[in-house]
Write a new protein. Structure first.
Length: 212
C-alpha cells in the first residue's frame, strides 16, 4: 500500500492545496516514486484546475491528478502508487475524520493568528478523540509575516503537544502568482522564496520518512 498524506482544515484559504501541490511537485521532480495527487473538492476543483494550467504551460506533470469524491474511491485506486496525496475539502468534519483514519500523516496548515490556530487546534483535538494517534497529526505554518509571529504560533501549538513542521511560508504575492501559471510555491521567480518553500516541504518529507 502507498503512503497516504492528507492535507485538511475546516477553514478555506489556509494552504491545503498550496502544500499538496508543492509536495507532489517536489517528489515527482526529485524521485522515481509514483505519485497520485487527489482533489477531493468536487465543487471547487482548484487543484485539478491548477494542474490543467500546468500542463497547458508545458510544465512537467506532478504525478497523476484526479478528482474523486470519497476516501474510499481514493483507496480503491491506490494500488501501484508509492505516494497518495489528498487535498481534502474544507468544512467537512465527517469527511475529515474518515480521511484521517486512513492517512499515514495528516497535515493541517494554519495562519499564525489566534483566530486561525484556535479552531485548528480544536480540529486536531477532535481527531484525537476519534482515535487518530497524535503522532500522525502535524501543523504547517502559512501566511507568516514576522519571525516573532511565527515563534508565538509555535509556542502556542507546542503547549498542546502537536508537532509543527520546521520552516513556514511567508505572506507573498509571488506564491499566488506562481499558482496562477500552474507552478508550485517552489517554482516562483524569486530564489529566496523558493528556498523558503523548499525548506518547509523538505521538513514534511522528513516527517513522513521518520513516521514510516
Amino acid at each position: 500500500m502507498p503512503t497516504v498524506i492528507a492535507f485538511v482544515s475546516q477553514k478555506g484559504g489556509v494552504g491545503k492545496s498550496t502544500l499538496a501541490r508543492a509536495l507532489a511537485r517536489e517528489v515527482t521532480a526529485n524521485s522515481k516514486l509514483k505519485v497520485r495527487l487527489t482533489d477531493l473538492d468536487t465543487t471547487q476543483k482548484t487543484t485539478s484546475d491548477w494542474h490543467a494550467k500546468r500542463l497547458e504551460a508545458g510544465l512537467n506533470p506532478v504525478g497523476d491528478v484526479q478528482i474523486l469524491a470519497t476516501i474510499n474511491q481514493v483507496l480503491a485506486g491506490a494500488d501501484g502508487y508509492d505516494l497518495v496525496i489528498i487535498d481534502a475539502p474544507a468544512r467537512a468534519p465527517t469527511g475529515t475524520r474518515d480521511i484521517a483514519k486512513h492517512a499515514d500523516l495528516v497535515v493541517q496548515p494554519s495562519g499564525p493568528a489566534d483566530d486561525d490556530l484556535t479552531p485548528a487546534i480544536r480540529e486536531f483535538h477532535g481527531l484525537v478523540k476519534a482515535g487518530i494517534p497524535k503522532a500522525r497529526l502535524v501543523f504547517a505554518l502559512n501566511h507568516v509575516t514576522t519571525d516573532a509571529e511565527e515563534q508565538a504560533a509555535r509556542n502556542l501549538i507546542g503547549e498542546t503537544g502537536y508537532h509543527v513542521l520546521d520552516g513556514s511560508l511567508s505572506e507573498r504575492a509571488a506564491y499566488r502568482t506562481a499558482h496562477n501559471y500552474g507552478r508550485s510555491i517552489t517554482e516562483t521567480n524569486f530564489k529566496t522564496l523558493n528556498t523558503r518553500a523548499d525548506a518547509l516541504i523538505q521538513s514534511l518529507i522528513n516527517k513522513v520518512t521518520n513516521n514510516g
